[in-house]
Design a protein around this ligand. Structure first.
Ligand SMILES: *[C@@H]1O[C@H](CO)[C@@H](O)[C@H](O)[C@H]1NC(C)=O
Length: 225
């Protein structure tokens, strides 16, 4: 009947509108922020290398998150909502290909730029601290062992610019150590050097860092310095 036909046409029309809407939303989201991938931005959505002044920690350590992949020594791009997504993703893979099976390692992840690089009164912010990681696990990027501080994702505050997220791996030796009780509170102003001295972890065997910045949740825009 004409009545049914009309209803069917209306349905189709609504469906088409919905598809068009969701398509255009995806497009504007993926190009939002102008893209992190160099000239022409918006098309290419890839991390950019760290500024030259910040590459000194870049060694043989890979840090990878879902979607983004290996972010070691790079800046998390604005495009594709990566800077927001990284605040929710679970712990990354942290892979040290030269790890020795049969040895144990300590992993430290800190933010030296808390609350901002210009005024780091809360340096170091402790994001993750794991002892007794087996070399075989570190070789494949699976971080498990005695978790002293659970992984806390990067959550740089608004208007504080880019933060560095630094990863250090220390060789513990060939035996496990008695790990201190879990410390998930009081993450700010952590005396990393005291910890390292107490546990006789003089020099990192490898390290890396990446950078990211606050992303305005409501507008999908980014803070300016
Ligand atoms: C991870 O990225 C860094 C920086 O681009 C690079 O030096 C390193 O080789 C990468 N690792 C792998 C396994 O691709």
């Amino acid at each position: 009947t004409p009545m049914k036909l009309g209803a069917a046409a209306l349905c189709l029309c609504l469906l088409a509108a919905a598809v068009w809407l969701s398509l255009s939303m995806t497009t504007s989201e993926s190009s939002g922020g102008g893209g992190g991938g160099g000239p022409g931005g918006g098309k290419k959505c890839a991390p950019t290398p760290l500024p030259r002044a910040d590459v000194s920690l870049c060694r043989n350590l890979e840090v990878s998150y879902p979607e983004l992949g290996n972010i070691s020594c790079q800046v998390v791009p604005r495009c594709n909502m990566y800077r927001r997504k990284i605040t929710n993703w679970p712990q990354p893979k942290v892979k040290y290909p030269a790890a020795l099976a049969g040895s144990y390692y300590v992993l430290v992840m800190v933010d030296p730029d808390a609350p901002s690089r210009a005024d780091p009164q809360m340096r170091y912010w402790r994001h993750w601290l794991v002892a007794n990681i087996q070399g075989a696990d570190l070789k494949t990027g699976t971080i498990r062992g005695s978790v002293i501080t659970d992984y806390g994702p990067p959550t740089p505050p608004p208007t504080t610019g880019l933060h560095r997220y630094q990863f250090f791996v220390f060789l513990q030796g060939t035996s496990t150590i008695p790990a201190p009780p879990k410390q998930n509170g009081d993450r700010g102003a952590w005396e990393m050097d005291d910890f390292l001295r107490n546990y006789r972890l003089p020099q990192a065997v490898t390290s890396t860092q990446f950078m990211t910045e606050y992303m305005n949740e409501a507008k999908g825009k980014f803070s300016e310095r």
